[in-house]
Design a protein around this ligand. Sequence first.
Ligand code: AHN
Ligand code: ZN
Length: 332
Amino acid sequence: MKIENSLLRISLLLLSVLFWGACGSKQPKSTAQPQAPVVVPTFNADSAYHYTAEQVAFGPRVPNSEAHRVCGDWLESELERFGAQVKAQHVTLRAYDGTILAARNIIGSFKPESNKRVLLCAHWDSRPWADADPEKKNHRTPILGANDGASGVGVLLEIARQLQAQPAEIGIDIIFFDAEDYGTHAADDDESTEGSITWCLGSQYWARVPHTTNYMARFGILLDMVGGKDARFHREGVSDDFAKHIVDKVWAAAHASGNGQWFPYADGGQITDDHLPINLIARIPCIDIIGFYPETGFAPTWHTMDDTMDNIDPAVLRAVGQTVLQVIYNEK
Ligand code: AHN
Ligand code: ZN
């Protein structure tokens, strides 16, 4: 009887402690700190345009060339200048035609210690052949790749600069993939290469061997051909298949930041691009923001000698850059 009594008293005591504890943790509304609204930095399109032009000034960045090597060093030094932790994956890759490529993926990490991460990427190599040029004599000439390659990297370098000036809440990995554009030449495009992905060699390697063990990110955003005049960004098919929720998030951010006119809620085709191995092999949901033209699909300058700075529009770089900033600065 006595034991039961004291047990009851202890239980009552415990209950009241728990009760008061629960009440005490509830703060009255009036003294709660209001959440500071996120300030999304303003993307500088002239700066992104300049970073695009600087890459083009090296000449075609074709793997194994001197311009490629020097540009790669420059990209690493720029990321370092913006305060990223930089890693380079030097790897030899075999192209579809047997050429051995001295390739390099370049990774710049902000807040590398955080386990809340988002991946932003673009390819930095340029195509060895203008095989879509109207003039047949150019079909074996390398292209400058102002839009196809340099534009995505230019936008990401400007984002890196912004991340240094005003850090985001989450960690960001910026990856420049190599050897995206060494895919089958139009003249060799037959059943012998069908079914194998001859493009995206650098991202295929990274997806198998990421720059850190057990690398994971909440999601990824690939930028490809994001500076072409008259570009619009349609929802790309592979992105919708693997990462519809991220396409929704990014398109909503475009509209929220006043860039809705560039991002119609319309479907584009399915494209084999660096986001494919990231989804399939690394299993990170990753979307592709890629210029779309209702008439031609890709930009009219695609894989031609006209892929030069003359056909880059800073307003397009701005729409994409501001949209990506809107997304990453709102991640908590
Ligand atoms: C294909 O043509 C299959 N993929 C094109 C991906 C690409 C090339 N993006 C830029 N250049
Ligand atoms: Zn290309």
